[in-house]
Design a protein around this ligand. Structure first.
Ligand code: HEC
Ligand code: HEC
Ligand code: HEC
Ligand code: HEC
Ligand code: HEC
Length: 184
């Protein structure tokens, strides 16, 4: 953190005094949603789909490699399997959430998932640039395949972004870090 700040202060002519005060306060990460526990309209378990069924992240978040926004799957994507994989297991025990999923499908309604990760509107975050540069989903989102319920594990604040763009993450990456990279 301290080395990041020293490098920032060394960028000539970029930091107007007023901006510098706000920029430095942003390093405190006060507005972080890290760890926020969210109740979804139905409990979607990543582990069953990603680990047990070996589905690729891009099967559902297919736009992550070609668009700024990875998006969430349509109900039809789920129904490819859940027309036949119903709310009851062969042994009679329940599959929580599948009945609710089928109700949304019958009503023709999208599932109102609650958004977890969000940067402010004045920040540009192109997913595809990161995915195509080889930054793994887990580097930023943690071990989603092990999460019964997705939570945010990184602060997503400016210090977090800049630290990686400067090459100080593990593993290291490099990207532009002038202000207009992320704010325009
Ligand atoms: C079968 C479809 C499916 C697969 C496969 C899948 N996801 Fe998801 N993902 C969803 C759905 C549905 C949601 C919204 C509900 C939730 O948050 O749990 C979601 C939510 C998320 C979120 C939170 C989105 C937000 O609101 O901020 C992240 C991050 C995420 N997935 C990453 C991954 C990663 C990484 C993988 C691969 C390891 C993966 N997903 C595989 C369907 C899928
Ligand atoms: C490639 C097929 C496939 C797709 C696509 C798929 N699922 Fe599933 N899902 C399954 C199977 C198979 C199971 C049952 C696994 C088991 O019982 O071991 C399951 C289980 C579930 C369960 C119950 C988990 C539990 O607690 O036992 C829920 C809820 C669920 N899926 C929701 C969804 C949603 C929502 C989507 C779309 C975002 C989706 N699934 C997409 C195959 C799929
Ligand atoms: C460099 C860090 C980083 C990487 C790598 C990354 N993400 Fe994200 N992800 C973010 C940030 C930051 C947001 C919030 C973006 C916003 O608000 O525009 C986000 C948001 C999301 C969302 C919610 C957006 C929506 O449309 O609902 C999903 C789903 C998601 N990421 C999935 C993935 C998947 C899947 C991968 C890997 C293929 C991935 N991410 C790779 C940082 C990352
Ligand atoms: C773990 C490392 C990492 C994190 C964290 C990260 N980035 Fe990046 N970012 C990269 C890499 C690598 C590239 C691709 C550089 C390239 O293609 O030359 C990139 C590219 C970008 C670009 C496109 C830059 C250009 O040259 O046009 C933007 C904008 C961007 N990131 C914004 C963000 C924002 C905003 C955040 C925080 C919410 C963030 N990044 C977090 C590694 C990261
Ligand atoms: C790699 C991406 C990235 C770069 C480069 C970047 N920012 Fe940011 N900036 C962010 C993100 C993400 C946020 C929002 C999250 C936060 O408040 O930390 C933000 C927030 C801000 C805010 C609002 C802070 C607040 O507390 O409301 C200001 C002002 C700002 N940036 C100015 C700058 C200036 C000036 C530069 C150049 C010296 C710069 N940014 C470079 C990603 C970046």
């Amino acid at each position: 953190m301290t080395t990041t700040m020293r490098k920032w202060a060394a960028i000539p002519g970029l930091l107007a005094l007023a901006a510098a005060a706000v920029v430095l306060s942003a390093y405190s990460g006060a507005s972080s949603d890290e760890g926020r526990d969210i109740e979804q309209p139905l409990p979607f378990p990543h582990p069953v789909h990603v680990k047990t069924l070996a589905m690729n992240c891009m099967y559902c978040h297919f736009a992550a490699g070609k668009s700024p926004d990875p998006g969430l799957p349509a109900v039809a994507t789920c129904m490819g399997c859940h027309i036949t994989v119903g709310p009851k297991k062969p042994d009679g025990s329940a599959r929580p959430g599948v009945a609710t999923l089928q109700e949304f499908w019958k009503k023709g309604q999208p599932i109102p998932w609650v958004r977890i990760h969000k940067v402010p509107d004045y920040v540009q975050f192109p997913h595809m640039r990161h995915v195509n540069a080889g930054v793994s989903c887990q580097t930023c989102h943690g071990q989603v395949q092990d999460m019964q319920r997705v939570t945010q594990v990184a602060s997503l604040n400016m210090g977090w972004c800049v630290q990686c763009h400067l090459g100080e993450s593990n593993p290291p990456f490099k990207a532009r870090y002038d202000c207009s990279t992320c704010h325009y």
